[in-house]
Design a protein around this ligand. Structure first.
Ligand code: AMP
Length: 145
């Protein structure tokens, strides 16, 4: 997928947003969904998407939707820090296939990091156990402000 392509309404995140595919939700409101990455690069890897924008990449998103999205990233990262006490975290956001993007509905990754735990590769991590993801999501949700 190049940077310039139409939005595919059947991408996996669009299907999650329509409730056609299950997700392990952390929190949502009218504008935002935060959910667990099923192939986590570290424990507590969360994805943040806009419910209202069909931007594929950072180039396309409307400024107001981007402002809501980045505020949601900060709110969720604070909850991740409170809940899981990582020593650091990475915010990742990939654009275009050549830029590492695999799902073409704009999203931000929050990847908690610990010095003694190597991060798994993007697109190479094994699928997580659903019950373990649910437990992590519940801990993060409980720490939301
Ligand atoms: P990106 O490569 O930046 O487009 O990131 C897409 C992310 O979505 C990857 O980290 C995948 O592990 C993750 N992913 C793919 N399918 C699902 C799914 N059904 N539920 C949750 N995360 C997913």
């Amino acid at each position: 997928m190049t940077l310039q392509a139409p939005y595919d309404p059947d991408n996996i995140f669009a299907r999650i947003l329509r409730g056609e595919v299950p997700s392990v939700k952390v929190w949502e409101d009218d504008h935002i969904l935060a959910f667990m990455d099923v192939f986590p690069q570290s424990e507590g890897h969360v994805l943040i998407v806009s419910k209202t924008s069909t931007a594929r990449t950072l180039l396309e998103i409307e400024p107001e939707a981007l402002a809501r999205l980045t505020a949601a990233v900060q709110r969720t990262a604070r909850a991740v820090e409170q809940a899981l006490s990582p020593e650091g975290f990475q915010i990742m956001q990939f654009n275009g296939e050549a830029g590492g993007q695999t799902v073409f509905h704009l999203h931000f990754h929050i990847v908690p990091r610990w010095a003694d735990r190597p991060m798994k590769g993007h697109g190479h991590a094994p699928m997580a156990d659903a019950a373990e993801l649910r437990a992590l999501a519940d801990r993060i949700a409980a720490a939301l402000e």
